[in-house]
Design a protein around this ligand. Structure first.
Ligand code: AMP
Length: 174
């Protein structure tokens, strides 16, 4: 789906030298492209039933909120450390640039609830892997994850698949 790339802005050397940042704010602000992208994901999951859509801060919230509504599920945020007000579980992870912590409210995904994990982009897969661990620690079932962009050279999709999760991506940068 290369049409998506027409709407993504490429910002070289952000946030660090050598990183090509795939800026999706330009995609989100185009109503037709944004709607078409959401329609593609909704069509893919037609007939599937999830208890929760879990979105990863911050661009995963934009996608996850809309997807949750369209798929008739609840939405749950996974946030960076210190942002969630109630009791949380925490998981450290390494990113394409730097180390960080993710948190999930302890009661946000109940044991045996099925989850669709959502973020804008998968690079090394460290972020998604930490999210999967957080969901599974509480007994949640995560077997599906979707991303707009894949950076296959960094093998994040493969890492996530190695955890038994089916990965859907709409476009990739080789
Ligand atoms: P990773 O954990 O390496 O898979 O990194 C994925 C997370 O970092 C996602 O939340 C992305 O939004 C962000 N990210 C990593 N690399 C990039 C990039 N080149 N352009 C835009 N976002 C990125």
């Amino acid at each position: 789906m290369s049409w998506i790339q027409d709407h993504i802005r490429n910002v070289p050397d952000y946030p660090l030298k050598g990183i090509m940042f795939r800026d999706m704010t330009t995609l989100f602000q185009q109503p037709q492209a944004f709607g078409r992208m959401i329609d593609e994901l909704v069509a893919h999951y037609k007939g599937r039933k999830f208890d929760k859509v879990v979105g990863i801060e911050a661009r995963g919230f934009v996608l996850g909120g809309v997807l949750a509504d369209r798929l008739k599920t609840g939405f749950v945020p996974i946030r960076k450390a210190g942002k969630l007000p109630y009791e949380t579980r925490t998981q450290g992870y390494r990113k394409e640039y730097g180390t960080d912590f993710l948190e999930l409210h302890v009661d946000a995904v109940a044991a045996e609830e099925t989850v669709l994990l959502v973020d804008d982009l998968i690079a090394t897969g460290g972020t998604a892997e930490a999210a999967i661990k957080l969901i599974r620690e509480g007994g949640g079932i995560v077997e599906d994850a979707c991303f707009i962009v894949d950076l296959p050279a960094l093998e994040g999709s493969e890492l996530v698949r190695s955890h038994g999760v089916t990965v859907v991506t709409l476009t990739e940068y080789l």
